[in-house]
Design a protein around this ligand. Structure first.
Ligand SMILES: O=c1[nH]c(=O)c2[nH]c(=O)[nH]c2[nH]1
Length: 301
């Protein structure tokens, strides 16, 4: 029996990069959380402590900040592609790079009804996400890009049913034809290639996900997720797979009968834990192999 070094990668996780564009009196803000991870010939670092091939994680951090100075910073997908390609192309021991990015949205405040030039409030809404993986160079170059969003809290007060389920001796759940359905959606989509209008795709896919959630008469969260993924794939040729993860944020009708008060679907207890956790991938049957596209580094995106 011999002990060997297995799969490994290393990088700097969660560089919190805030970029202000101040060339004009009306400033712009971008707020990112950037993680980088490198693969390559790093066996000696693990086996004998030889750092000669190791680009420090601190250098990876400095590079991420330096690249944030480029103007325009662009989308998180294009910024991540620049960063990942740089590591693979310009740092000899590096054969693969993964960049994972979260972007937090800020909304300009209004003062006396007029938009302020340099003050924002953080939008409490969803976080946009992306992952970029680049491997190899020249003709062997391969690139995988995923976009996504998380923490999209969405609730519908009707249009959701759950009945006809398998019943055994432990089942107490009552069937329902009208319930609240709420979730904090995580959605990720895998692109077929890297020639995409990233902002337009993000806005369009987000809109489809929300519209499907709102309009599908849901027989289960599983069905809603499938319909969301299907609609995205039908609208976007460049997307080959959609992965969805949705905690079922249960809302239980509160029992007001002890007070002689009727409660026809009006007062609920929003339960915290436990929650159903429903996950599905929806993809084209000829989708290319995902390779390392879903190979999460931080688990944040
Ligand atoms: O949409 C749902 N899917 C389930 O699988 C499930 N299970 C459950 O108890 N409630 C629900 N709701």
């Amino acid at each position: 029996m011999a002990i060997i070094l297995g799969d490994n990668r290393y990088g700097k996780a969660e560089n919190r990069i805030v970029r202000i564009f101040r060339d004009e009196s009306r400033h712009e803000i971008r707020d990112l959380n950037v993680s980088t991870a490198l693969r390559g010939d790093f066996a000696a670092a693990h086996l004998v402590g030889d750092q000669s091939n190791v680009l420090p994680t601190d250098t990876q951090k400095q590079t991420a900040y330096a690249f944030a100075k480029q103007k325009p910073l662009g989308t998180i997908e294009s910024y991540g592609l620049d960063l990942a390609r740089h590591f693979v192309d310009d740092v000899p021991p590096v054969t693969g790079a993964r960049v994972e990015i979260e972007e937090y949205a800020w909304e300009r405040v209004r003062v006396g009804g007029v938009e302020a030039d340099h003050t924002w409030v953080r939008r409490g809404q969803e976080v946009r996400t992306a992952s970029i993986t680049v491997e190899g160079s020249g003709d062997d170059r391969r690139t995988w890009v995923t976009g996504g969003l998380k923490d999209l809290v969405i609730l519908k007060s009707t249009g959701s049913e759950f009945h006809g389920f398998l019943v055994d001796r432990y089942t107490v759940l009552q069937p329902t034809t009208d319930r609240i359905m709420a979730t904090s959606l995580v959605a990720k989509w895998r692109f077929a290639h890297a020639e995409v209008d990233w902002d337009a795709a993000y806005a369009g896919i987000r809109r489809i996900l929300v519209e499907q959630y709102a309009t599908v008469q849901s027989l289960a969260l599983q069905q809603t997720l499938y319909e969301m993924g299907r609609a995205v794939l039908e609208a976007y040729d460049e997307v080959v797979e959609v992965r969805l993860s949705a905690p079922n944020k249960h809302h239980f009708l509160y029992d007001l009968s002890p007070f002689g008060i009727e409660n026809p679907g009006e007062v609920f207890h929003a339960d915290d834990r436990p929650y159903g956790l429903i996950q599905a991938s929806v993809l084209r049957d000829d989708a290319p192999d995902p390779g390392p596209a879903w190979d999460a580094y931080t688990g944040l995106v």
